[in-house]
Structures are given as structure tokens and as C-alpha cells.
Design a protein around this ligand. Structure first.
Ligand SMILES: Cc1cc2nc3c(=O)[nH]c(=O)nc-3n(C[C@H](O)[C@H](O)[C@H](O)COP(=O)(O)OP(=O)(O)OC[C@H]3O[C@@H](n4cnc5c(N)ncnc54)[C@H](O)[C@@H]3O)c2cc1C
Length: 489
């Protein structure tokens, strides 16, 4: 039997066994052919399980007939993680979206398709809090967040997805059911495959249920916006504030170039009468007493370190301070038809070296490059804007991007802090590992997925996103540039 015959037989068995779950119509296949990266590869079927064991059935069959399977949550991956590069089957888990709050034990059990915003809303009704908050929280799923070890704005105080996962149930690529971890606060029993699955981008197994740890909901929050003379002064904040004993829940940086771009986009000055400067957006949260105490220390620091600052005393005022951050991505998107968002991460004290590198790349290559993001974690988003139909500009952008990634590596950083490798970061991954490290990773993949059926082509094989034609499609969460939009990272 050749591989085309095997594919047809497997699809026929799949349709016989799970008739109501399998779609092969053109529309369904086109919709499942791409994600937030917008490069398309058409699958041969889309499967939407209604019950967890159906995941196992699909994988068993796919493994037997060596059919590639790409698991999908909301498809908001910015790296092509949920793109079915090798065709095959897309396993869409968005219908498995149950949320079961166990308030006594301060945990929640979720289906993989549960949307982060819905989880936060439901646990909030019990006075509980699930802190990880990717800006895509209104649509991205917990399965996708676990697969990418998603971060977001609040990680500086609360940590990333990994810090809240107690237990994962799921299926091996060969179709057997497994449970990694327990509903316990500690776990030191055997290899920690739970943490191996977290961040493995759907290449080692499929999550069918996650048990998440919850904490008490912070009572209130307070927002500050400050402008600094130089990048260096602003980027001292994570270390200085830690030394002063303050733990902001949000600590975001925008470089001068980004602030200038936002001002041209909105037609409003961030600090009226003051030319664009690097800014920090800072949020404190917790009990009012704690916020009062931390506010005094923070305001004193800002008086010394910043050139000016504003404080919000109401939610409305806070929203106004957020405008510069919320508009950063829309302002950049309007500049060109392509925006590459690199979510690099470097040690806290090395962020200034990264920003200085971007400043010189911008000059040397005559490119539009802006930096903003989670400086509390060293996770800065470097955005390259270029027109893909301009061959010269594209090649300058790619060249500059390569130099940026080398710099990140040289600074002891990582090429992705929260979006994962997917397809988009594969050209740079090998520089991050020596032979022993690389072989350790590839042998784990071979052991857990002997036929290489799960999300093939991701992480390990080189794929140049800039050589691909982009899908002309507006995803459900993409608003027009002038409408409110999620804060994009
Ligand atoms: C506007 C916008 C803002 C964003 N902001 C942030 C941010 O602040 N922080 C951040 O970290 N990311 C952010 N992202 C990126 C994206 O939302 C995250 O990577 C998110 O984790 C993807 O979730 P998803 O449900 O869309 O997963 P998908 O895109 O569907 O899949 C992502 C990966 O997860 C795998 N996967 C999905 N479900 C499962 C499962 N059940 N079992 C195993 N593997 C699975 C897929 O195979 C794929 O490799 C943003 C994206 C957009 C569009």
C-alpha cells in the first residue's frame, strides 16, 4: 500500500468511526489551513472531537497510517504552530471547552478548548484568580497556552502558564491515554513529563484536560505612566523596583521610536508639550494598603529617575494611560504590509544592549523597527515592518532580523519568550543549542512520537516565513486599525 492509498483508507475509517466530527468540505479545510502567521497548507480533514476519548481514537488511527496531525485551539499562534504544514488532519479542540471550578481546593479543571478569558471570568465569580493573561485571552485556549507556555502582561509578578499547571491529561501520539501530575500542590514522583509537554508546541502529545492552580483575586490596582530621558534609565526599572521591594503586576516598556509612531498614529502627544521619549507603563495590584505603600516608593523613584509621570486614580484615567501601549501594534501595522513580531527574551540587565542593537540596525538597514513589551521579564517584542513586495526592503529586514537573533544569543537570551518556535522562528533555533542539547531534544521527539505524526515540521525543520505568500484573510480578532483592539504583544 502506498502512502496515498493509506491516506484514503485512513480517512474512510475515520469518517466511518466518527462521522459527525469529520469535515472535508473546501471551506472547513481552507479555514483550518492557517493560523495567526497566515501561511496556508491545506489539510485533508478537520476533526472536532466532542469527547476526550475521541482524541485517542483519532491519534491511534493516524499513527497506524502515518497521517500528520496538527492540533488546534483558536489558531491565534503568531508563529504558525497550528498550521498543518504537512497536510494531514487538523484536530480542532475548540468544542472541548468545559470549565469546572473547585473553589475549596482553589483549582479549576478545564477542557483544552476553554478560552482563557472565560476561565478568568468563571473563577473570578468565586473571588479567585487565574493570572496568566496573554493579550489574546479573549479568544486563545488553555490547550494552546499550555503548548506554548504562554505569557503576557502580568508575568512579571505572577509567572507564566507553567506556574499554574498542576496536572495534565491527554493522549500520546500513539493514541494511549496518559495523566501527568496530580491535583496536588507538589509532585516529585517520576519524570516530570507534565513540564515537558508544557511548551512542546503540540509535538509530543495532545492535552485533553488541564487542572490549574488558582490564587485569591487582587482587590484593586493602580496605573502609572512615566517618560524617561533615555532607554537606559527606563530599562533600569525591573532591577531598581525589585531592590526597592516593589512588585508591579505590569511593567511595560516602549522605546522612543514606538512612542513617536503612536503619536503620529493617534495625532496626540503622550505627554503634552514633551517630545517623544521612552516610556514605562506600570501597574500595582493587591490590597489598598499595599498599593498605598508601594505607590509612595514608586512615586519617589519616578521623581528621581523619570522626566515626567502620570498616575491614574480611576479606571477611566487608567484606560487613558494604556492608550500608548494598546496603540503600539496598530500604529506599526499601518506602516507596511508585513510585521514580524519577535518575542525575544534576554537577562534583565541586558535589555539595554538589545535596544541599542535595534537602534543601530534601524540606522544601518534603514528599516522601521520598534521595540515594546514586557521589560519586567526581559521579554521585549521587536517588530520589523516591511513591504513584502519590495524585494530590497524584505532582504534588508531579513538580514537585520538575523543579526538581532545573533545578538540575543550572544546576550544569553532566548529567541522566543512566549510565542514558541512554530515555523516562524525555525531559521534561528539551531544557534541556541549545541549538538548534545539538539540530539537530546530530537531523541525525545523520536521516543514519544516514533512515526513523527504530531505537528511535523515544527520546531526542528527550517522554514523561512518571508519566502511565503500571506493569506489575505481577516481573522475574527483582527479589528480595523481605528477600533479598539486587544493589546498585542
Ligand atoms: C492579538 C494577539 C495577541 C497575543 N498576545 C499574546 C501574549 O500576550 N502572550 C502570548 O504568550 N501569546 C500571545 N499571542 C499568541 C497566541 O495567542 C498564543 O500563542 C496562544 O497560546 C495560542 O493559543 P491558541 O488556542 O490560539 O492555540 P493555537 O494557535 O491553535 O495553537 C498553538 C500551538 O498549540 C498547539 N496546541 C493547541 N491546543 C493543543 C492541545 N490541546 N494539546 C497540545 N497542543 C495544542 C498547536 O498545535 C500549536 O502548536 C497573541 C496572539 C494574538 C493574535
Amino acid at each position: 500500500m502506498n502512502s496515498d492509498e493509506a491516506k484514503l483508507i485512513a480517512l474512510r475509517i475515520l469518517q466511518e468511526n466518527l462521522p459527525s466530527l469529520v469535515s472535508v468540505d473546501e471551506n472547513a479545510l481552507a479555514k483550518a489551513s492557517f493560523d495567526g502567521l497566515k501561511v496556508a497548507f491545506t489539510p485533508s480533514a478537520v476533526i472536532r472531537p466532542k469527547e476526550a476519548p475521541q482524541i485517542g481514537e483519532v491519534l491511534k488511527l493516524a499513527n497506524e497510517f502515518k497521517i500528520p496531525v496538527t492540533t488546534k485551539g483558536a489558531g491565534s499562534s503568531l508563529t504558525g504552530g497550528a498550521t498543518p504544514l504537512k497536510g494531514g488532519w487538523v484536530l480542532d479542540l475548540s468544542c472541548l471547552n468545559t470549565i469546572d471550578v473547585d473553589a475549596d481546593n482553589m483549582l479549576v479543571r478545564c477542557g483544552p478548548g476553554a478560552v482563557i478569558g472565560d476561565i478568568q471570568q468563571e473563577v473570578g465569580e468565586y473571588g479567585l484568580f487565574y493570572p496568566p493573561d496573554p493579550s489574546s485571552k479573549d479568544f486563545c485556549t488553555i490547550g494552546g497556552n499550555i503548548a506554548c507556555n504562554a505569557g503576557g502582561l502580568r508575568c512579571v509578578k505572577y509567572g507564566v502558564t507553567r506556574d499554574y499547571v498542576l496536572c495534565l491529561s491527554g493522549y500520546l501520539p500513539t493514541g494511549e491515554h496518559v495523566q501527568w501530575g496530580r491535583e496536588t500542590r507538589k509532585f516529585a514522583t517520576g519524570y516530570n513529563i507534565r513540564d515537558l509537554w508544557i511548551g512542546s508546541e503540540g509535538t509530543l502529545g495532545v492535552v485533553s484536560e488541564a487542572v490549574l492552580r488558582l490564587i485569591a483575586k487582587p482587590a484593586t490596582q493602580k496605573t502609572f505612566l512615566a517618560a524617561f530621558q533615555t532607554d537606559r534609565e527606563a530599562l533600569r526599572a525591573p532591577i531598581e523596583l525589585s531592590r526597592l521591594g516593589i512588585r508591579p503586576s505590569i511593567l511595560e516598556f516602549l522605546d522612543q521610536w514606538t512612542v513617536k509612531s503612536v503619536q503620529s498614529f493617534t495625532g496626540k502627544e503622550v505627554f503634552p508639550g514633551i517630545s517623544p521619549h521612552p516610556v514605562l507603563l506600570i501597574e500595582l495590584d493587591g490590597d489598598p494598603d499595599l498599593i498605598d505603600k508601594e505607590s509612595i516608593i514608586l512615586e519617589n523613584w519616578l521623581k528621581e529617575a523619570a522626566i515626567c509621570s502620570k498616575t491614574a486614580d480611576s479606571l477611566k484615567e487608567s484606560e487613558e494611560l494604556w492608550v500608548v501601549r494598546r496603540k503600539a501594534s496598530p500604529a506599526m501595522k499601518k506602516m507596511a504590509n508585513t510585521k514580524l513580531n519577535e518575542d525575544v527574551v534576554v537577562p534583565l540587565g541586558k535589555q539595554i544592549n538589545l535596544v541599542e542593537c535595534v537602534n543601530s540596525l534601524r540606522e544601518e538597514f534603514n528599516l522601521k523597527i520598534g521595540v515594546f513589551g514586557h521589560c519586567g521579564d526581559g521579554n521585549l517584542h521587536v517588530n520589523f515592518m516591511y513591504n513584502s513586495d519590495d524585494v530590497d526592503e524584505t532582504s534588508r529586514a531579513v538580514e537585520a532580523l538575523k543579526l538581532l537573533m545573533s545578538k540575543v544569543n550572544e546576550l544569553g537570551g532566548a529567541i522566543s519568550g512566549e510565542h514558541g518556535i512554530g515555523l516562524a522562528k525555525t531559521p534561528f533555533i539551531q544557534m541556541q543549542f549545541n549538538t548534545a542539547e539538539w540530539e537530546t531534544m530530537t531523541s525525545i521527539k523520536k521516543t514519544l512520537d516514533p512515526n513523527g505524526i504530531l505537528n511535523p515540521g515544527k520546531i526542528f525543520d527550517i522554514f523561512n516565513p518571508w519566502d511565503q505568500k500571506k493569506v489575505e484573510s481577516i481573522l475574527p480578532w483582527e479589528y480595523s486599525h481605528d477600533e479598539p483592539k486587544p493589546v498585542e504583544t
